[in-house]
Design a protein around this ligand. Structure first.
Ligand SMILES: [Fe+2]
Ligand SMILES: [Fe+2]
Length: 184
């Protein structure tokens, strides 16, 4: 997986920061993208999975930056995908190949809509990872339904998601979450 040069998020990148979808939520979704990727890569360390994991992590960073409030906004993923890629260019420089951005765009734009997959398996996997990473943090509003988790192993992490939220309701940074170690 390729990670950005820094995990520091700027509140000004949001449209604006909205209640329930603030920086702490973004950091936890990033953490889940990384955690689910570790499992996926242990099952299948192929290049395709590696690219999908990198794209899902990058997508997690911007996925809620297109929100205008904390309410139901099914278009906020599309807005983020269309207007927030500059954030990833700033954080990653040119370390992510240009050809990968279409997978990030697909996953971010689709994360706030009902599941709709296309023919590109890499984009589809990227969206599943992002949706499950986002879905696990629904524990913050006590609104998680295991049947909406797409990867076969994600639901086993629900107790950990509750613990992560209780331990780090407002983390300062991704590095702080990265110290959260109980991996089984
Ligand atoms: Fe969202
Ligand atoms: Fe989210």
């Amino acid at each position: 997986m390729i990670f950005p040069k820094t995990f520091a998020l700027d509140p000004h990148w949001y449209n604006p920061v909205s209640p329930g979808h603030d920086l702490s939520h973004t950091y936890r979704v990033m953490w889940w993208a990384k955690r689910l990727s570790i499992v996926l890569l242990s099952i299948d360390p192929s290049e395709v999975v590696n690219i999908a994991c990198t794209c899902a992590f990058a997508g997690a960073i911007i996925h809620d930056m297109g929100r205008f409030n904390g309410l139901e906004e099914p278009t906020h993923g599309q807005i983020a995908a269309d207007t927030k890629m500059f954030v990833l260019k700033e954080l990653y420089g040119d370390t992510i190949p240009t050809s990968w951005y279409k997978h990030i765009h697909f996953a971010v734009s689709g994360h706030s809509k009902a599941d709709k997959y296309g023919k590109d398996e890499l984009s589809n996997l990227t969206m599943r990872i992002l949706k499950d990473s986002d879905g696990l943090d629904r524990v913050r509003c006590d609104d998680i339904d295991p049947k909406y988790l797409r990867l076969s192993f994600t639901k086993q992490f629900i107790p950990m998601a509750e613990a992560l939220y209780n331990e780090f309701p407002e983390p300062e940074s991704f590095e702080e979450l990265d110290d959260f170690r109980f991996l089984s």
